[in-house]
Design a binder for this molecule. Sequence first.
Ligand code: SF4
Length: 457
Amino acid sequence: MWAPAEDVAKLTYFGLYALQHRGQESAGIAVSDGHRIVVHKEMGLVAQAFDEPALTALRGHIAVGHCRYSTTGASVWANAQPTFRSTPAASLALGHNGNLINTRELAKLLDGQPGVAGIAATSDTDVLTALFVSQLPGVAEGVENTAAAVLPRARGAYSLVFMDEHALYAARDPHGFRPLVLGRLERGWVVASETAALDIVGAAFVREIAPGELVRIDENGVSSRTIASAPVTGCLFEHVYLARPDTTLSGRGVHATRVEVGRRLAKEHPVEADLVIPVPESGTPAAIGFAEASGIPFGQGLVKNSYVGRTFIQPSQTIRQRGIKLKLNPLREAIAGRRIVAVDDSIVRGNTQRALVAMLREAGAVEVHVRVASPPVMSPCFYGIDFASRDELIAGSLDTEEIRASIGADSLGYVSLDGLIEATTLPADRLCRACFDGHYPVPVAAGDRGKFVLEVS
Ligand code: SF4
């Protein structure tokens, strides 16, 4: 955020609240007053990482905020973001959404660089930040030119916001895997992962940061240049699960896409039943669409505890054994004696759906039909979603009938890949769907797969 007349720390904090679903392991904000950058970051949710004194201490007119979901590097404080690096030439704070697939190669470029060796962090983001500052020539335009030189060496997914003492920058990888949008405040500018965050801070949507674009924002306004180009392959899974339903991706409302997926699911996998229930929250729009297209009444059958997140406090063994009940509880009066269609956004390992089907049967459902608003997840993601290895993905080794038997449902139906893509209204060749069909737009070497490439090398 660049906004001279605003309390940028507080506005960024509210923006992070809006983006909490994208990362729940750690949170941080860096602020510059034009002379120096101050960073505050902690493990945990946004509300756990900040209190009033911490926010009040962050004074200035430029801010970068981040909430982390770890994909490269352990979930530890040293890997929390914004990352921060300082040299006599300049200081840099950076937040990264996505995942690089050549982190080891980039780390090797740092060998022998003064002032950056012996770093505690093990994330792709910290390597990128260290590479930046190691190349800074020490002039005001240095960060922009350095970014234009360094970023084309990074491969994989990166939507970045970063700042030196004087300006805010944003950049997006040429494939545009992860979203990044520009918004306008009355007196200032905001860059965020999702349009929903612009809404929450009172910024008007201006446009998406284009794939391969580098943007600089300062007192002269917004300037832009293209630093790399490649076929655009935005993440299809953002439309299914990751993005908020009140966000707009490539001009299409996510909620509308998910409702349409539900309609297609009803046509592709019809069933006779008494009630359509969503697996809250992300299954809700597709369940609405399924009910609408099938004529089966929609109702709530599961109550979600919204306060259960992926925090650093792990549930005890006893609680873990109760599994899904920590998050979901059935409404017995809605379920008992009925044939239920349960609509979920995706099946990854299958453990949640197995527990869910058992829970609905315990609550008195006479039949449980599971419908899934995405195709089977068969391959891991290397571009910013830490699904699981192929061995852990239930669709990596079982077909649909075997999965149905494994989760104990009376029937199981996934929306087709074509149906999902059509629901987004985007051209198929502009979407990554590697986790569904195994065709990776950017190939990943075997040694670069896995979350702990720097811990083990
Ligand atoms: S592999 Fe799947 S989750 Fe990863 S970027 Fe591609 S579509 Fe998205």
